[in-house]
Design a binder for this molecule. Structure first.
Ligand code: ARG
Length: 584
């Protein structure tokens, strides 16, 4: 809505520049806001006030010129100039109603698909092998998955890339230890990942204290890297145990990743020699004290000299950066990416910038293909410090999800007494996972966020339970009406202010979806759904639906609005990977 008026005003600014009313370089940030009171129309802009000075005109005079040059549009019923030079827009309710009708009769709530589908690679989740997934991976997983769903919904071809940490020198000690564990009679398949964490620490301790073990481990690293079959089998076992465990977490969280989406660091290993050779050949990389280094003028070390990024160590080993260089190259050259999104915490920003700086200079990915780091901050505890267990350890994801379900069960047992035991379990699960995900998704991801059980599970405020409840409530109204709302033919009439406000919110859904896709910021969808639910609550208070005195066609129209609201809530939440419930 606002956006549509904004577009009209942008066209007007262009026209006024051509007429030399406005200076050529003038690029105003056009503000369109909802008016406080209906007497002044629906929307208003202060454009004339902002542009008066550059135009050398008084604001009311300029406002008139803007109004005169506004393109014809069916959505504006009339305009008026108010006060010092505000322009008020009165929207055409027939136009609004026709938009709402179109949404109601479309399976996808009339969201415009993209005209040109792109191949978009999305790097997210990316936990490490032989390590329990922890809360640090939770944000990447949840935010990335919401964006992936949104991009796919708009018609893009999405490649999910789970860049797991499955390569490196640590596998020498892990293989050496696995061998000993197996020799004692424990089959690798019986090792749970929780044990694997212990296993990891145990391997490290053995490596640090036992020289014979360490020697064997180093030998295994060399063998693994040269493709030795035995080492490869052992490595595979470790990867597989980790993947099964992670998959259980994804399934429980309703995250759309599968084992087929794994493109771990090991995948790029065979490409690294060639990349390093090519970077040397291009004169970008040089030998420095036996290592191979790329010096970047854009980054200075503390002496003010260009910063050296090592891409191959003295001993021949490659680095995390080398892998990310090859990885970006592969995504463009082999996966044909038009755009690549990385959901990785902000601490890795410099790492990515350096890797991509080299990628661009080497010509591996052309400038027109964006490589985007969608960074996010840390998850903090209520005390504002990094989220830890009471004893100070990292919180395991499984424990966190378990606690969420338990807390939700208590709430459901209290609030949803009509549900039988089985339904309560289902509801608690959906509420718990929704709450955890939404708490993360609803914050602007660039900042740290405070993880707070009470807030995220509250039934009021900007939370998943609030939205899930709004959906359920509408479904219950529809059930109680005993009308087949999907097949109602009567037109939607927008008369009351609250009906109009709800309709105006409804038609912004498409913009919300596109914003998430373009900016990679799911909180924009959360804010939209929260406002939509709020508009519905206001509507429902002001505009009775089921009361006896409501005329039949008004009832139909309002039921259709309610039903469309439910559809949009459901669709929006599903793009966030959150389930709705018919009863709760
Ligand atoms: N496994 C890494 C970690 O846990 C994250 C990988 C992110 N993706 C990438 N292309 N570097 O820190």
């Amino acid at each position: 809505m606002k956006e549509l008026i904004q577009q009209l005003l942008e066209q007007t600014v262009t026209a006024l520049k051509q007429q030399q009313v406005l200076p050529e370089g003038f690029e105003p940030r056009i503000q369109v806001d909802r008016t406080k009171d209906k007497a002044h129309g629906d929307l208003a802009t202060n454009l004339a006030l902002m542009a008066a000075k550059p135009a050398g005109k008084n604001p009311r005079e300029l406002a008139q010129l803007i109004v005169d040059n506004l393109p014809e549009s069916t959505l504006v019923e009339k305009t008026a100039i108010a006060g010092p030079g505000f322009i008020n827009f009165y929207l055409n309710n027939d136009w609004l109603a026709s938009q709402v009708e179109a949404m109601a009769s479309s399976a996808t709530a009339n969201v415009k698909k993209v005209e040109k589908a792109q191949t978009i690679v999305v790097d997210y989740s990316a936990p490490n092998v032989a390590k329990e997934m922890h809360v640090g991976h939770l944000r990447s997983t949840i935010i990335g998955d919401a964006v992936v769903r949104t991009l796919e919904f708009l018609g893009h071809k999405v490649v999910r890339a789970n860049h797991i940490g499955d390569w490196g020198t640590q596998f020498g000690m892990l293989i050496a230890n696995l061998e000993e564990v197996e020799a004692r009679g424990t089959d690798a398949g019986d090792i749970e990942l929780a044990d694997l964490e212990v296993f990891y620490r145990e391997s490290k301790a053995r490596y640090d204290s036992d020289e014979v073990f360490a020697e064997r481990a180093r030998n295994y690293v060399v063998k693994l890297q040269s493709g030795d079959e035995y080492c490869n089998t052992m490595w595979r076992k470790l990867v597989d145990i980790t993947l099964s465990h992670n998959q259980a977490v994804y399934d429980r969280l309703n995250v759309s990743l599968t084992k087929n989406d794994v493109m771990g660091e090991s995948m790029y290993n065979p490409m690294l020699n060639e990349v390093v050779a090519d970077l040397k050949q291009q004169g970008l990389a040089v030998e420095d004290n036996g290592a191979t280094v790329v010096f970047l003028d854009e980054y200075k070390n503390k002496d003010g000299d260009p910063m050296g990024v090592i891409i191959q160590k003295k001993d021949g080993g490659f680095l995390y950066t080398t892998t990310d260089i090859a990885c970006a190259k592969y995504r463009y050259q082999n996966l044909n990416a038009d755009r690549v999104l990385y959901f990785i915490d902000s601490r890795q920003h410099q790492h990515l910038m350096q890797a991509w700086n080299i990628v661009r200079k080497a010509g591996y990915v052309p400038e027109e293909v964006p490589l985007e780091h969608h960074a996010f901050g840390m998850m903090l505890g209520k005390d504002g410090r990094p989220f830890k267990t009471r004893s100070g350890g990292t919180v395991k994801l499984v424990d966190l999800l378990e606690e969420a379900e338990q807390r939700a069960q208590t709430i459901v047992a209290e609030k949803s007494r009509d549900l039988d035991a089985e339904q309560q379990v289902v509801a608690a699960k959906a509420i718990a996972m929704g709450a955890v995900k939404y708490a993360d998704l609803s914050k602007n991801r660039t900042t740290d966020y405070i993880f707070d059980w009470e807030n995220m599970l509250a039934f009021n405020g900007n939370t998943a339970p609030y939205l899930q409840y709004a959906y359920t409530r509408i479904q219950s109204i529809i059930r109680r009406s005993e009308i087949d709302v999907a097949n109602l033919q009567q037109a939607i009439n927008l008369e009351q202010d609250a009906e109009i406000a709800l309709a105006q919110k409804l038609i912004q859904f498409s913009d919300a979806v596109h914003n998430v896709a373009n900016k990679g910021m799911p909180h924009m969808m959360c804010n939209y759904l929260y406002e939509l639910a709020g508009a519905f609550m206001t509507f429902y208070e002001a505009c009775p639906i089921l009361k006896d005195e409501v005329a039949a066609d008004t009832k139909s129209s309002r039921l259709r609005l309610a039903s469309l609201t439910a559809k949009v809530l459901d669709q929006g939440l599903s793009l966030l990977g959150i389930e709705t419930l018919e009863r709760m």
